[in-house]
Design a protein around this ligand. Structure first.
Ligand code: CAA
Length: 257
């Protein structure tokens, strides 16, 4: 594994996946997500593992999909690479997954945290869907999961402005389970995992499946719709401008084309 660190028995019954591209704020490139998917598939089959924790580091859970990898792709490239199909496999994980989030959880990073089953956040965590600022839209579930988590009005505000919210605000809106001091967020996630790890793994799996069913019957359609629109933004000059401006460290100038 190049971009993640895996500890199968971080604590008895609890596996830890740490995203490990610190210099890029754990930007989620295609290979990183494939490594996460392959690891989750193995952990799902491992009877010694009851609960999985996914974390980043103190500065960033993940600052989004890798903009440098995508910046100059065409809509057809995006459609053919279809990198977010890996995410569909990740969300099929049967065991409970807790995201332990500190620092930035932005764009794909926020979407990844929301794809987990519960979120423990440090006081320093910042959540947001800033894709609009680089001329595109969320492409890995943000328009669907954020709306379901925080409601339409707040989702509109966050996705249409690209604003970030603090851990406290995210807690207020029901996006995260608990906010704790930065030195405690992983510990708190482990405590939550321990409680679940003692229970019947069969019942836990079935309960998770049933809770997800409460909204996933309509999710497939929403995700497919969102993804097509995300790929479509790659046909616009504004996406090229937005992402290249980011890479070149300058302000974007959008033309509406
Ligand atoms: N992709 C690629 N590289 C990224 C990145 C990303 N999403 N986010 C940060 N990085 C890189 C930066 O380019 C920088 O690399 P260099 O040192 O080589 O220049 C390094 O990580 C550190 O970042 P900054 O210097 O920018 O750190 P900062 O503290 O000044 O700012 C930040 C932090 C506010 C998170 C800023 O990095 C930022 O705005 N990142 C992009 C956030 C974003 O737009 N995310 C959405 C991506 S698109 C998406 O996710 C689509 C989807 O729905 C799946």
């Amino acid at each position: 594994m190049e971009f993640i660190k895996v500890t199968e028995q971080y604590q008895p019954g609890i596996a830890l996946i740490q995203l490990n591209r610190p210099k890029e704020l754990n930007a989620l490139n295609k290979q990183l997500m494939e490594e996460v998917r392959d690891t989750l598939q193995l952990l799902d089959k491992n009877e010694e593992v009851r609960v999985i924790i996914i974390t980043g580091d103190e500065r960033a859970f993940a600052a989004g999909a890798d903009i440098k990898q995508m910046a100059n792709k065409s809509a057809i490239d995006m459609l053919l690479i279809d990198q977010f199909s890996t995410w569909d496999q990740i969300r099929k994980t049967k065991k409970p997954i807790i995201a332990a989030v500190s620092g930035f959880a932005l764009g794909g990073g926020c979407e990844f945290a929301m794809m987990c089953d519960m979120i423990i956040a440090s006081e320093t965590a910042k959540f947001g869907q800033p894709e609009i600022k680089i001329g595109t839209i969320p492409g890995a579930g943000g328009t669907q999961r954020l709306t379901k988590a925080v409601g339409k009005a707040k989702a509109m505000e966050l996705i249409l402005t690209g604003r970030f919210i603090s851990a406290e605000e995210a807690h207020f809106y029901g996006l995260v389970n608990k906010v704790v001091p930065v030195e405690m967020y992983l510990h708190e996630a482990v405590e939550l995992a321990k409680e679940i790890a003692q229970l019947s793994p069969v019942a836990v799996q079935l309960a998770k499946e049933a809770i997800n069913r409460s909204f996933e019957t309509q999710l497939d359609e929403g995700l497919a719709f969102e993804r097509k629109n995300f790929y479509l933004t790659f046909a616009s000059a504004d996406q090229k401008e937005g992402m290249n401006a980011f890479v070149e460290k300058r302000k974007p100038s959008f033309t509406g084309r």
